[in-house]
Design a protein around this ligand. Structure first.
Ligand SMILES: [Zn+2]
Length: 745
């Protein structure tokens, strides 16, 4: 039984509908397919997923994530949450990401030696206001706002581009932007087009009819399916694509929540009861009919959730190995039984793949049982509800406002994003590469690319020396690690080559188009791209990340780091920064991403991106012991009273945080003029965050990254340079006894 279950309240369950997929360093999932090559897998970044109505999914909005108190009634009271470990020699810090907690310390003295992150950032945390519509704010958000401004300029630019490829991209992004902003047209259309889309499904009465519906060739991602599939880099042969076959998404996100949720709980959740109900009623269902549809949807979700991995299971060390189940089509069909897996894959043109990877065999077996005449209504209800909520933000104003009222209620955010910003976000998630090419052309210079490449190479060189010196490893394993480092692909700032998207067209508002239709049109293009990859060799010159995002990634299935153009500007990067500032910002990001190649998940992939064990058994044990110590350390930290970190969930990211600073300090050590105080302060400032208690609690439960204040305090206290710079001693809050200090690499 999961340790969190007893703590779940209605608010917390609802927070689960808000996956943190918006642009921040929280999203650099270290798992395979992280760049969207296997978009839609349990191990890919939702952000990159070219799914229908991406913008409309609740899983896409952590900037406005957020109800009343959140996890604990005393969350914002004068008590010091997270101080449960005071008296022990570690982690005696308050959770200084939560503004209300820090404000409660007003008038108290804070010593640098006791809580470094709070000391450095207290004034900023106390005095910074959460922007309207945001549940959290940090330097990444600030940079994202700048990038938003640049994107707005692109979307409203009245001058026509001259390059033919850019002309096409400009037309696409501006058409979609105009349709998004045209509330008169959206209000007039209401849910009409959505209804049209769902009519064939609504007419289904029998299992055969459902099969027929699911077998209709998908020219577009027109509605939610009962499985997810995508072409992604084959974990077992990284030169080629394979087709990943994956479970459906659940409305409340983590399958763990369904374990203790009964029908009456779900029906009372505002996301079900308000958002989806509102759309159903607007579509013409009576309130009672809507209730029945919601109940049917929940019944299916509850049944299938038992066979879908929880977030905790998905972030476990063995998750990738468990999900790597190569299959042939006939093997899939045998396991799927009555569930028409071949027909559904054929509907996407993905039935001719030589190989498949079935990520969750138990789910497929369960679908065999659930795909039954007696269940037709529930299956239909799920498809209707999921599709309805998926499009919630693309419908009329009432649907849109209802959605955000509920989402703000959950995340604690106050106010709303401007339409301008929301429209830009919508374009950004709908046709990201088209916007990206325009962004690269205007805002990402070759000079930036060259400068950042040079810093990256300096960091890689130090990694090579460090790996060669790792005396806890055998010669053999060290050689493999260095080979992996040397073959790492570097994607810095912007790509040289862009995919041909001339076949992608959308109908503009003045040509009879609308936002839902545009999703269909773009969906047809994405599905054709999927089909074109089946059985094909991977072309690694193409990028799969949105370059305009303020983020960076490591993708183990390609052994590749990506630093997006968006992150290389503003306060995060400029060429005039001092070495200390560069290291604290872009240097840390680069070193962090590289280290994902060697964290507990990344290290299971080889230099080409194959899931191949290149470790000797003994070395693997030694590495696991070091990672276990790190996980156990985080397990003891208590960011909210009685709620601890889950070390196993965040270990990959925590390892990356730790190794990044280690590498930077190794380089710094060669420079006698390096100003450590300046570096550590800038580093701490780069992670300063204000957030609502609700949003923070959600991050703690669901995110694979440590909380921001821990990305500073729990990291710097591992290094001698920190102790030397500030004279930290036994008894200080930042002190950790030498034998307790962490070192994974
Ligand atoms: Zn990371």
């Amino acid at each position: 039984m999961n340790r969190w279950i007893k703590k779940i309240t209605s608010v917390i369950i609802m927070i689960a509908v808000l996956a943190s997929a918006a642009g921040c360093r929280k999203t650099d999932q270290p798992a395979a397919g992280g760049t969207g090559e296997t978009a839609g897998t349990a191990v890919s970044s939702a952000e990159e997923e070219p799914a229908a109505a991406d913008e409309g999914t609740p899983a896409d909005d952590n900037e406005s994530d957020g109800e009343e108190v959140g996890p604990h009634d005393d969350g914002a009271s004068g008590e010091k949450p997270g101080s449960g470990l005071q008296g022990m020699d570690y982690a005696a810090w308050i959770n200084s990401d939560v503004q209300a907690f820090v404000q409660s310390t007003a008038g108290e003295e804070v010593r640098l030696e006791d809580d470094f992150h709070l000391y450095v950032n207290r004034d900023w945390i106390m005095n910074t206001e959460l922007p309207s519509g945001y549940a959290s704010y940090d330097p990444i958000s600030a940079r994202s706002m700048e990038v938003d401004g640049q994107i707005s300029d692109i979307l409203r630019n009245p001058e026509k581009e001259s390059d033919p490829a850019l002309i096409h991209d400009q037309e696409l992004v501006q058409k979609y932007y105009k349709m998004w902003m045209d509330w008169d047209a959206r209000n007039e259309l209401g849910t009409e087009h959505l209804k049209e889309l769902l009519t064939p499904l609504m007419e289904v009465d029998t299992l055969d009819e459902l099969t027929e519906y699911l077998s209709m060739p998908r020219t577009a991602i027109s509605a939610t399916e009962l499985l997810q599939c995508d072409a992604g880099i084959n974990w077992n042969n990284a030169d080629y694509y394979t087709v990943y076959v994956m479970p459906v998404d659940l409305i409340f996100g983590d399958s763990m929540y369904y374990e203790m949720m009964e029908e009456s709980d779900a029906m009372a959740e505002p996301y079900y009861d308000t958002v989806i109900r509102h759309i159903l009623v607007e579509m013409g269902y009576t309130d009672d009919e809507a209730t029945e549809i919601l109940k049917g949807c929940f019944a299916f979700e509850k049944d299938i959730s038992k066979y879908i991995m929880t977030t905790e299971e998905q972030s476990a060390r063995d998750a990738v190995v468990k999900q790597n189940n190569p299959r042939t089509m006939s093997e899939l069909e045998a396991e799927a039984g009555d569930f028409p897996v071949r027909a559904m894959l054929a509907a996407y043109g993905a039935d001719g793949s030589d190989t498949y990877i079935l990520t969750e065999p138990e789910w497929l077996e369960a679908m065999d049982v659930l795909y039954d005449e007696t269940n037709v209504e529930n299956l239909k209800d799920y498809l209707i509800c999921y599709t309805a909520q998926d499009y919630a933000t693309l419908l009329d104003r009432e649907c849109y406002d209802t959605y955000y009222e509920v989402i703000n209620g959950i995340s604690g955010a106050v106010g709303t994003k401007s339409d301008e910003k929301a429209a830009a976000d919508a374009v950004n998630s709908f046709i990201p590469s088209q916007l990206g090419r325009l962004y690269a052309d205007k805002y990402v210079t070759d000079e930036t690319q060259q400068e950042v490449l040079a810093i990256t190479k300096e960091i890689l060189d130090e990694y090579r020396v460090m790996l060669a010196e790792e005396d806890f490893l055998s010669e053999e394993t060290r050689a493999e690690a260095i080979k992996k480092l040397d073959q790492m692909q570097l994607r810095i700032a912007k790509p040289d080559k862009w995919e041909d998207d001339s076949a992608l067209n959308i109908t503009g508002g003045d040509e009879g188009g609308n936002l839902i239709k545009a999703q269909d049109e773009a969906g047809a293009f994405w599905i054709s791209q999927l089909r074109d990859k089946v059985n094909q060799k991977v072309d690694r010159t193409y990028w799969t990340s949105k370059i305009q995002q303020v983020n960076a990634f490591y993708d183990p299935s390609q052994n590749c780091i990506t630093l997006c153009g968006g992150i290389l500007g503003g306060d995060l990067y400029n060429p005039n920064m001092s070495k200390e500032e560069l290291f604290a910002n872009v240097g840390d990001t680069i070193a962090h991403e590289i280290s994902h190649a060697f964290d507990t998940t990344g290290s299971q992939f080889d230099e080409k991106g194959n899931l191949r064990n290149w470790w000797t058994e003994e070395d693997q044990k030694a590495f696991a012991a070091r990672a276990d110590k790190l996980a156990a350390y985080y397990d003891e930290i208590e960011p909210f009273q009685d709620v601890n970190c889950v070390g196993s969930q965040i270990e990959g990211e925590a390892i990356a945080d730790l190794v990044a600073v280690k590498i930077l300090l190794r380089i710094a050590g060669k420079d006698s003029s390096f100003d450590y105080d300046k570096f550590f302060r800038n580093f701490s400032e780069s992670w300063r965050t204000i957030t609502t208690a609700q949003s923070e609690y959600y991050t703690l439960l669901q995110d694979t990254h440590p909380l921001a204040y821990l990305r500073v305090n729990a990291v710097v206290q591992q290094f001698r340079e920190f102790y030397d710079t500030y004279g930290i001693r036994k008894g200080d809050g930042m002190y950790l006894a030498p034998d307790q200090r962490l070192e994974v690499w």
